[in-house]
Design a protein around this ligand. Structure first.
Ligand code: MG
Ligand code: MG
Length: 247
């Protein structure tokens, strides 16, 4: 079911989004060689709780942590543990916060120390693909317009978009309808309406688009071992330019 949010609901989502953005600032400073992903998880938990929210991912379908921490060839859903970040790694962090019943959801990929030019280009193209997509995120356009813009930009740059996972509606629930694919055809799919809140989240592999899930039933990795990056914001569809709620 698609939900249109009231002004009051959007305002709560803005506040949830602000907490997510603040958590990213805390984590950005903490990401460096030697830190463990569990330490990053604790920083996020403390930040979110101390700002009156709860971590959306903690216990979501049994997920055991507050953030997803996905290193190098891990695409999404990496479980924080005692793994230490190493110089040259890239790490995708996915954060959700629930404030007074409403969620904000955002993800970014960070360099750990000095990284290769190829890894930096993957991060940059992934981020830019989000902005290419949301140029079309306005009332009366269709979901496929966003999807196609993301997928085309990624492929023009020689990378692949992951096909098995998608963006999504977000609000009272972390995952709501509709699904927002990261590839598709312009002019197809659901028509966007002002008041819809969606998480647009390209997941981009340096190699092929194939992925698999590890035995822990969470960790998603690239089939070919290539690097993967992620970029996500929760946005509000309006009559004009969309509003990014998680920055
Ligand atoms: Mg997310
Ligand atoms: Mg999401």
């Amino acid at each position: 079911m698609i939900t249109i949010k009231s002004h009051k609901e959007v305002d709560l989502m803005r506040q949830a989004g602000k907490i997510v953005a603040g958590t990213f600032e805390a984590l950005r400073r903490a990401v460096k060689p030697g830190v463990t992903t569990k330490e990053l998880d604790h920083i996020a938990y403390d930040y979110i709780r101390s700002h009156g929210a709860t971590p959306s991912f903690l216990n979501y379908s049994g997920f055991p942590a507050s953030i997803c921490a996905s290193i190098n060839d891990t695409v999404i859903h990496g479980i924080p543990d005692d793994t230490k970040l190493c110089e040259g790694d890239i790490i995708s962090l996915d954060i959700g916060a629930c404030y007074k019943g409403y969620h904000g959801d955002s993800a970014k990929t960070f360099p750990v120390g000095k990284i290769s030019a190829d890894a930096q280009r993957l991060i940059d193209v992934t981020r830019q693909s989000f902005y290419e997509g949301i140029q079309f995120a306005t009332r009366k356009n269709r979901v496929g317009d966003i999807s196609a813009a993301i997928g085309n930009y990624v492929e023009e740059n020689g990378f692949s978009v992951v096909r098995d996972y998608t963006g999504h509606g977000v609000g009272r629930h972390l995952h709501e309808d509709p699904s927002i694919l990261n590839f598709g055809r312009p002019g197809h799919g659901l028509r966007l309406m002002a008041g819809m809140t969606i998480a647009v989240e390209p997941m981009v592999n340096a190699g092929g688009y194939g992925v698999y899930v590890e035995d822990d039933d969470w960790t998603v990795r690239t089939d070919d071992g290539s690097l993967s990056a992620h970029y996500e914001h929760t946005i509000l569809i309006t009559d004009g330019v969309c509003e990014i709620l998680t920055q």
